[in-house]
Design a protein around this ligand. Structure first.
Ligand SMILES: [Zn+2]
Length: 235
């Protein structure tokens, strides 16, 4: 009940005060921001950017060859990160997604990652979901990263052909099978002979990223890395 009231309170506040913090509800933040300074500083960082062999890299072992892979913060239930993910996915908080992207860009700039990356590729949303949400949160993350790092943003080179159903309860193997052929390359010219950084908001089993990567690696000269905002271990 308390949790429900908390959710209600946050939702109501976001209607009354559209510029409140997506994570804690504080309204002490600039109009362009979606997250307050305190919450941004308190994000539970993984340190994976500095750790080549990390749990996100291991998700893809034996499936998809990646140059490097990481997620920047830990996802936990009932945490500020969960409020953020919920807000950017279902609460219309595009401002928070773009701000998180700028924060990710800052983290990437402080790492050795960007030396070889040629472009940013958000995991595409299906057109019907994009129409319903009004934006692709992964593309917003990329916009923020691009603003900070100056890397090209590659949009509309790949299309998501099916709106996959909610997969949270599916077995890992079923998820992988369900994801085959979900993505279709539309514009090879934007992708060939490039080192692409695939970006998504959260990674659990990596099924979407793996399916996308499998299509991209069929193209000549493509190299791939993965960077997500949050990581949650599959259970
Ligand atoms: Zn906050």
């Amino acid at each position: 009940m308390q949790k429900w009231l908390g959710e209600m309170g946050r939702s109501l506040r976001s209607i009354v005060y559209p510029h409140c913090c997506t994570a804690c509800g504080s309204n002490v933040l600039p109009a362009a921001n979606g997250i307050c300074t305190h919450c941004l500083q308190q994000l539970p960082r993984t340190g994976f950017l500095q750790q080549r062999d990390n749990p996100v890299a291991r998700v893809f072992w034996g499936r998809l060859h990646l140059e490097q892979a990481a997620a920047l913060v830990w996802f936990q239930q009932h945490s500020a990160v969960q409020h953020l993910m919920h807000g950017i996915k279902y609460g219309g908080r595009k401002d928070a997604a773009c701000q998180l992207g700028r924060w990710m860009g800052g983290q990437l700039l402080n790492s050795t990652w960007l030396r070889q990356i040629d472009g940013l590729l958000p995991v595409p949303l299906h057109a019907s979901r994009l129409a319903a949400r009004g934006y692709n949160q992964a593309a917003c993350l990329c916009e923020g990263i691009a603003q900070v790092c100056g890397l090209p943003l590659i949009l509309s080179a790949v299309q998501r052909q099916f709106a996959t159903s909610t997969q949270t309860r599916q077995h890992r193997k079923a998820r992988w099978n369900n994801m085959k052929q979900v993505f279709a390359v539309q514009n090879e010219g934007l992708l060939c002979n490039r080192h692409l950084l695939l970006v998504d908001d959260v990674i659990t089993t990596g099924a979407s990223l793996d399916a996308l990567g499998q299509q991209l690696r069929l193209l000549p000269g493509v190299r791939l890395s993965v960077c997500c905002f949050a990581y949650t271990a599959p259970h």
